[in-house]
Design a binder for this molecule. Structure first.
Ligand SMILES: Cc1cc2nc3c(=O)[nH]c(=O)nc-3n(C[C@H](O)[C@H](O)[C@H](O)COP(=O)(O)OP(=O)(O)OC[C@H]3O[C@@H](n4cnc5c(N)ncnc54)[C@H](O)[C@@H]3O)c2cc1C
Length: 458
């Protein structure tokens, strides 16, 4: 009999694990209560980037004079934008469901919970169904963190899930939280025409990123009229009774007050572990509230129960969730002993879809300096690229970090147009320990922004 593999959650972690395990011969059931494709498709990666694409189109209209066109001001049609995003989500859900079906995966629509270590009950529209499992993957994702001083109403006080797009374009949006999610929402709404204030709890936006990269983004925000309130921690939100740009007062711990028409909370997420019966399975949580993992294969303390994606408490990226799902499928099916490479989270490429776009991978420059590690840093500006000139956007730079003796590429960061695409080349180099010479010896397209990578590898 084939191994029975039950997966709770059909997001990137769940559906990748399902596809791979089914290809390897498992009898797979995915339990999904909402959209196949997960929060990644419904609320996170896809709608946010679709909104940013619309903001980008508006920004392009404004600077189209640089292409020899007559520049104009676009006006956003929120209903059309909502329909566009809905259309993209529907297409992706259809494609993901079809892929699962084509691999023979059973899709069980409903909310699942453990009723024992090897049993999951699913509350479906037709009533409860109990599934027996030899292995279970918990891939239930996460949801926005709501602080006790804020009550989102989906109207003026928003989480990231209420913003695609809101009913009306905020006159003045105050974004709380200056990590990756916060800055993407600042960029998104500033591009669409809202006035935006960003509350930054430290002295730098993107506190976890390279200072030079964060400075480039701050400079761009300030040039676009975004107000940055630095070193401020929001502690409360009050309604003023007005329904204009001063409808809300956001109170900060140090006494500062900001007014705005809307607030968007972007202060992290919490794992979806409630109500899924982890105690019935014997799975323990760590002090942060994530399931304990043992070893490299994302097994919990109950060895046939695995976790993947945001609920694993590792790196909360869709790309990481997918890769975890794939690695777990290999482990469940006993393939890990062959050509298995453990997932190295330090080698995950990531991008921030702001203007300028930001992407990085591998060793952070600050960490290399802090540990005294000798590295070679080469940096070239976009302004040196013929393609950047043609594209009428010469802002930004490409930086490559390599070992000064062997030339092995250790990491890199890119700030500028198409950074999220270009970083892939450095990511492949870092993962496969390629040398700067390997990029230099590659025949790249001319004119293209990729030539910046060869220049930085000189
Ligand atoms: C605004 C925003 C933008 C983002 N943009 C990016 C980006 O551009 N790139 C990137 O790599 N990452 C991005 N992320 C992160 C990314 O969305 C997550 O890392 C990713 O969704 C995690 O995938 P997952 O499979 O763990 O969970 P999810 O995508 O959250 O899927 C979990 C699924 O489990 C289901 N579920 C939960 N409980 C149950 C249950 N009991 N029974 C049945 N089903 C259940 C849910 O309905 C959901 O469909 C973004 C995050 C946010 C907040």
């Amino acid at each position: 009999m084939a191994l029975r593999f039950v997966i709770l959650g059909g997001g990137p972690a769940g559906h990748q694990a399902a596809t791979y395990a089914a290809r390897l011969g498992a009898d797979v059931t995915v339990v999904e209560r909402d959209v196949v494709g997960g929060a990644a498709h419904l609320w996170d990666c896809i709608p946010s980037k679709a909104m940013i694409a619309t903001g980008g189109a508006m920004a392009f209209l404004r600077r189209s004079g640089g292409f020899g066109l007559v520049a104009g001001e676009g006006t956003v049609d929120l209903d059309a934008l909502r329909r566009r995003i809905g259309g993209i989500v529907d297409r992706l859900e259809g494609a993901t469901s079809d892929l699962l079906r084509s691999q023979g995966v059973t899709l069980n629509r409903g909310t699942g919970r453990f009723v024992g270590p090897n049993q999951v009950t699913v509350d479906t529209a037709e009533g409860p169904v109990t599934l027996d499992a030899d292995a279970v993957l918990v891939a239930t994702g996460s949801r926005p963190r709501i602080p006790d001083w804020a009550e989102p109403d989906g109207d003026r006080i928003l989480t990231t899930r209420d913003a695609y797009p809101p009913r009306t374009l905020p006159e003045h949006l105050v974004v709380i939280g200056s990590g990756v999610t916060g800055v993407e929402f600042v960029h998104m709404f500033a591009s669409l025409g809202s006035k935006v204030t960003l509350i930054v709890s430290r002295q730098q936006v993107l506190p976890a990123k390279d200072a030079e990269v964060a400075a480039a983004l701050e400079e761009n925000f300030l040039a676009r009229g975004v107000a940055l309130l630095k070193g401020a921690k929001a502690t409360g939100i009050e309604r003023t009774g007005s329904d204009g740009a001063d409808a809300l007062r956001i109170l900060c711990g140090d006494g500062r007050v900001v007014t705005g028409s809307h607030v968007l909370l972007a202060i992290g997420s919490v794992p979806n572990v409630d109500g899924i019966g982890l105690d019935a399975a014997g799975v323990q949580l760590d002090e942060r509230g994530f399931p304990i993992t043992v070893g490299h294969h994302l097994q919990t303390n109950v060895s046939h129960v695995y976790v993947a994606g945001d609920v694993s408490g590792k790196l909360p990226l869709s790309s990481v969730a997918s890769m975890q799902g794939r690695k777990i499928a290999e482990h469940v099916m006993g393939l890990h002993a062959l050509e298995h490479r453990h997932l190295d989270y330090d080698m995950a490429a990531s991008a921030i879809f702001t203007e300028p776009e930001i992407a990085d991978v591998g060793l952070p420059e600050a960490e290399a300096f802090a540990t005294g590690r000798k590295i070679r840093v080469t940096k070239v500006p976009y302004a040196s690229s013929p393609k950047a000139l043609i594209d009428n956007d010469t802002r930004g730079f490409v930086k490559i970090l390599s070992d000064p003796v062997t030339g092995v590429i250790l990491g890199g960061s890119i700030v500028g147009r198409n950074a999220a695409e270009l970083i892939s080349v450095i990511a492949v180099a870092v993962t496969n320990r390629l040398r700067v010479g390997d990029i230099l010896d590659s025949l790249l397209v001319h004119p293209s922004l990729s030539e910046l990578l060869a220049d930085a590898a000189e």
